[in-house]
Design a protein around this ligand. Structure first.
Ligand SMILES: C[S@@+](CC[C@H](N)C(=O)[O-])C[C@H]1O[C@@H](n2cnc3c(N)ncnc32)[C@H](O)[C@@H]1O
Length: 425
């Protein structure tokens, strides 16, 4: 277990203090000579339970320990609370050994004494009287996030939202440009990669840590969430523009579904435009052209040209935190300026839509300020557009005059918003 704990500590250290991404660090350090499932579980578990672990640890320390010391304590507290199979003496001993052989040597006796206390203590939840703290600790989300939810939704909705656990499997789309659905599924069976069906025939829920190591399947699939696929399935027409396109998930699927269309995929950052190009080439899609362009600036060449404009705008990303706990661990997210940017992008891109054409506006957040509010402001300013209901393909979503919001506990997907705005004049 020493190697596993050491690796988990190093990866978490990079994620917490050096801005690394957990998934990338895990892939980089993969080894089948150790129990890699345990490493993965600890890395994601500690990040996911961060707030709860902080609260637990605070009961055993008088003042804030050095940050790496706290990380070792968090790993110990996580094992104590979630991994019953590892005996107390074993993880306390191994974590103290890691400290002894690192820069944390001067803190070894503190770490040893605190871990011993943690290992024999039970977790006590805060009183529900302080509801912000109660929800924050119970569901291990930062207080600012809980406050934000309680300011926008009623309490029982927030509790259902926070308590829902999404599948641990990853939703991947099968790339029918490079394989057939039946070939892909039989290969998964042959390789003994665990999967379950999706609501869509060209997608599956799969054990991604195994899939990603099968280099022979490279290009035959792509991780893509259900709402993201729904965005692309709602698009169509001869000329399609995706104005905030990188890394290209939706544009590439639209191009796949509409092989006779021409898709223009833009992003404001040159390095991200490259990502679209690489992705489209890896997926074997040819009907996409890319362009570096700022979606807030008017491009006269695009005026009245498109049947469909996809606006998957920059957003707070709060709908995907269950899958990416790294989003919440470091800072309070600041997104006050996003609705203004989102409205600016919508207003500008409306000029590119042909009469009879439409915009698909989407975000991966559930905050009304970035969703309905932006759409309603847009409709007030653009009287020639109206809402048309988004087709959710039988996936449950909350409907607001045709605008759809996906919530984990209602839709069994990440949180997401989609609106369809048709230019009728
Ligand atoms: C939510 S992501 C798009 C994801 C993409 N649609 C997909 O499915 O893979 C938003 C993108 O908008 C880009 N972006 C941010 N500000 C922009 C702007 N002013 N103009 C164009 N793109 C912008 C970001 O670089 C980012 O790639």
């Amino acid at each position: 277990m020493n190697k596993e704990l050491n690796l988990a500590f190093n990866i978490l250290n990079n994620v917490y203090f050096n801005g690394a991404y957990a998934s990338i660090e895990l892939n980089k350090n993969f080894s089948d000579s150790i129990n890699f499932n345990l490493v993965t579980k600890i890395v994601y578990g500690v990040m996911d339970q961060d707030v709860k672990l902080e609260y637990f640890i605070s009961q055993f320390v008088k003042k804030q320990p050095k940050k790496q010391v706290k990380l070792i304590l968090k790993i110990g507290a996580y094992i104590k609370l979630e991994l019953n199979s590892i005996p107390n003496f074993a993880y306390v001993f191994e974590l103290v050994e890691i400290a002894k052989h690192s820069k944390l040597k001067p803190y070894v006796s503190f770490i040893n004494a605190t871990l011993k206390k943690i290992s024999v203590s039970n977790f006590v939840y805060p009183n529900k009287f302080d509801k912000f703290k109660y929800y924050s600790v119970t569901y291990s989300k930062p207080i600012w996030f809980v406050k934000l939810l309680l300011n926008n939704f009623d309490e029982s909705f927030v509790e259902n939202y926070l308590s829902y656990n999404l599948s641990t499997k990853t939703h991947v789309r099968i790339n029918t440009q490079k394989t057939t659905i039946s070939n892909f599924l039989s290969t998964l069976q042959t390789l003994k990669i665990d999967f379950t069906p999706s609501v869509f025939t060209d997608a599956v829920w799969v054990d991604y840590s195994k899939l990603v190591r099968e280099k022979s399947l490279n290009g035959c699939y792509t991780p893509q969430g259900i709402p993201s696929m729904i965005v692309s399935k709602n698009c169509g027409g001869k000329n399609i523009l995706d104005s905030c396109s990188a890394p290209g998930g939706k544009a590439v699927y639209v191009a796949t579904l509409n092989p006779k269309s021409s898709v223009i995929a833009c992003d404001v950052y040159a390095h991200r435009v490259k990502l679209i190009e690489e992705y489209a080439s890896n997926m074997g899609v040819k009907n996409i052209k890319t362009m570096e362009h700022d979606a807030t600036l008017f491009n006269p060449e695009f005026e009245n040209k498109f049947d469909c404009v996809i606006l998957d705008v920059p957003c707070s990303g709060l709908g995907v935190i269950n899958k990416k706990p790294d989003i919440l661990i470091n800072n309070e997210l600041k997104f006050d300026s996003l609705p203004t940017l989102q409205l600016q992008i919508l207003n500008n891109n409306a000029k590119y839509v042909k009469k009879g054409g439409f915009i698909i506006y989407s975000t991966c957040t559930i905050l009304p300020q970035e969703n309905e509010d932006v759409v309603n402001k847009f409709l007030k300013l653009n009287k020639n557009f109206k809402i048309e209901p988004v087709n959710t393909f039988n996936v449950n979503a909350l409907d607001n005059f045709g605008l759809k919001t996906f919530y984990p506990h209602i839709s069994q997907t990440e949180g997401f918003f989609i609106g369809k705005l048709v230019r009728y004049e």
